[in-house]
Design a protein around this ligand. Structure first.
Ligand code: PLP
Length: 392
């Protein structure tokens, strides 16, 4: 007998992947340049030159040593580099024992959740949210509790989060800069959340962990992105180099269990156990070495900033309503009818691929990934105009 839940997960369509696959087929049919594909968050900026140089230099090393296993949590030298980097950048006392190198933020969140929850627990997410959170929460046997963000700022509604916390709440997942809305939580908003979590921990006499999903930390347009462990000690950071260094297919990132939490040692041991249980041991070893060399490389956000400007100006002129993004590379646009799926289907007639908002836990919007060629954005404007006119 196969596992029914796993079958359902394997069989379940993902709105993003489906649209991406449709786009590939459609491009083969009518030509790449005729499809305006805003479906997926694959960085359009190349990885820094230093990544290539490092990989080439590594090829001269002894292959047996180079390609061998590292300890489950990663090469101790690389963990030291990551800890030093966190200490230097954020002024927190990060130690290598609380770093676990792993396959991107996806593995990081799955591990963090498994480490701090028991079946039957509740995990709070802020909607709209990254759809895979549901998968990972469900795999832990936990219940997802959604708390809508405030509209139109898309900051966290902290009183609503506090009201949603019960004695079964073990974790809250936050993501800033945010996919899909591009919001960056302000320091005041994070401090308000921290105070609410402290109150509820005291009231229920149990720890509540804040899982901070941070693949877009570096992709910002001038707004401060406060370091969450400095605001709330019981934070587990899930960081990734997928977007900051444009390495999404290479699967590299880390979990940082904040040294500032009083149970950091136990949580790190549980993280190691969860990594072992889920089979996420020894992150891709070449990439571990790349990170050690390239950790100070700046992210190139210039192209995204330009795309953001062109897309926002164009859509504003056409009269679309959207959230001005402070980070990440997504634009959250109000659908022109209540049914986001129907709107996305209509957009396809104009060769516009826009992800409907329902799978993000929020009806009535579409998400546009603007990590694409600038020229595609410019050429898509007549299609957006025609789409709008089709509703008039
Ligand atoms: N969390 C969010 C909000 C994301 O947008 C993504 C990927 O797009 C991930 C996690 C997973 O990223 P990674 O490639 O680091 O696994």
């Amino acid at each position: 007998m196969i596992n029914e839940r796993m079958f359902d997960l394997g069989d379940e369509p993902s709105a993003i992947r489906e649209l991406f696959a449709y786009g590939l087929a459609r491009k083969a049919e009518i030509g790449d340049e005729n499809v305006f594909d805003y479906s997926i968050g694959n960085p359009s900026v190349p990885a820094p030159e230093k990544v290539r140089d490092t990989i080439l230099a590594l090829m001269d090393e002894d292959p047996v040593a180079l390609h061998g296993y590292t300890p489950a949590a990663g090469d101790p030298r690389v963990k030291q580099v990551v800890a030093d980097h966190i200490r230097k950048q954020f002024g927190v006392p990060a130690t290598p024992g609380n770093i676990y190198l792993t396959a991107g933020a996806a593995a990081g969140i799955a591990i963090a959740l498994a480490a701090v929850t028991d079946p039957g627990d509740e995990v709070i997410v802020v909607s709209p949210f990254f759809p895979e959170y549901s998968t990972w929460i469900g795999t832990c046997g936990c219940k997802r509790v959604e708390v809508p963000a405030l509209v139109p700022s898309f900051q966290m509604d902290v009183p609503a989060i506090e009201a949603a916390i019960t004695p079964k709440t073990s974790a809250v997942i936050i993501n800033s800069p945010n996919n899909p809305v591009g919001a960056v939580y302000t320091r005041e908003n994070l401090e308000e959340l921290a105070a609410a979590l402290e109150r509820k921990q005291a009231e229920y006499g149990r720890p509540i962990y804040l899982i901070s999903d941070e693949p877009y930390r570096e992709i910002t347009y001038g707004k401060e992105v406060p370091y969450v462990p400095c605001v709330y000690p019981r934070t587990i950071v899930c960081y990734s180099y997928s977007k900051s260094l444009s390495l999404p297919g290479e699967r590299i990132g880390y979990i940082y269990v904040s040294d500032l939490m009083d149970d950091a040692h136990d949580v790190s041991v549980a993280v190691a156990g969860a990594g072992r249980a889920l089979g996420y041991i020894c992150a891709p070893v070449l990439l571990q070495r790349v990170i050690a060399e390239c950790i100070d490389e700046p992210s190139d956000v210039e192209a995204y900033a330009t795309n953001r400007r062109i897309l926002s100006e164009g859509l504003r002129e056409l009269g679309y309503e959207f959230v001005e993004p402070d980070g990440a590379f997504y634009l959250w646009v109000r659908a022109l009818e209540p049914d986001a799926q129907a709107f996305s289907d209509r957009a396809k007639q104009f060769e516009l691929l826009l992800v409907p908002s329902d799978s993000f836990g929020c009806p009535g919007w579409v998400r546009l990934s603007y990590c694409i060629a600038r020229d595609t954005i410019e050429r898509s404007m007549p299609a957006f105009k025609a789409l709008k006119e089709s509703y008039q």
